[in-house]
Design a protein around this ligand. Sequence first.
Ligand code: TYM
Length: 336
Amino acid sequence: MAKQRILSGIQPTGNLHLGNYLGAIRNWVDLQEEYDAFLFMADLHAITVPHDPKRLAEDTYKVAATYLACGIDPEKATIFVQSHVSAHAELAWLFNCITPLNWLERMIQFKEKAVKQGENVSIGLLDYPVLQSADILLYEPDLVPVGEDQKQHLELTRDIAARLNFQFGSEETPVLKVPEPMIRAEGARVMSLTDGSKKMSKSDPSEQSRIDLTDPPEVILKKFKRAKTDPERGLWFDDPARPECHNLLTLYMLLSGQTKAAVAAECREMGWGQFKPLLAETAVAALAPIQARYTELMGDRTYLETVLKTGGEKARTLANQTLDRVKVALGYAMPL
Ligand code: TYM
């Protein structure tokens, strides 16, 4: 039987952080063993807010190197650059014409990012989830493994697929496959180190709010030392009054690979002065092999280019099949 497929991506905007790793990449590494994995750099999404053209290509390679350094294996997974597959932009246009405007106006991420942009809100920012729907539906994945913040975009993707199937397909022969989101219970929402009620984010102006995957040990130690906490003694999970405590314990659990019960027992009596260095050391140890491999990969551009070229070819073949099927369903005269 053919393997089931997963698809996911990350925007090459700024440094990747522990949220990207624990909410997304770490899960892909596990899933690639069992699933046919398509993983990409969402560089078309990266220009929906003002961007620096001098950094875009370099940031794209950095994300590719991070995937590989974290353990994505190009023999098992297809790794590619979104802009190398023109079907993404083309299918997004077709979807634009069947997607009601008010579906996009209520997207939380749009509303949040639009506020930050002030006057300078592009149509691309509003249209972002339609492009994301195209990214996903082109590859007919069974599952889309993402962090919690992408849930609304995946619901929209399912709605667009259902609408297109309803308007242009039949129940027996749907045009598009409707995928399921895959959001793991743990790590799906890593919170900021400066405010336990906000998610850790690449776009937070405060560097102190996140641990970047490339942060050196002394920076990791300093950031955890300064992380916001509370005056309680003893540490425990799941207390809504202690969001920072829950977040830091969860990070320790995921980075040390222990169970929740083991961490709860180990840390029950601890104060912050004892716990913070322990968490920092654990993070440094977990990131050390990733950082070493990342540095090696960033020094071997030829290898990265080969991986992305091979991935791009495979992605284009699959994506074009879906694009053609949609065009036929919409009634286009196809090129001979
Ligand atoms: P992006 O680049 O913001 O984030 C990439 C992945 O990391 C997850 N993530 C988090 N998980 C846990 N805690 C956090 N604090 C945290 N911050 C980010 C995200 O949920 C995501 O899984 N729109 C997407 C990129 C995209 C995409 C796609 C994803 C474009 N097309 C198609 C899946 C399928 C985004 O901006 O992710």
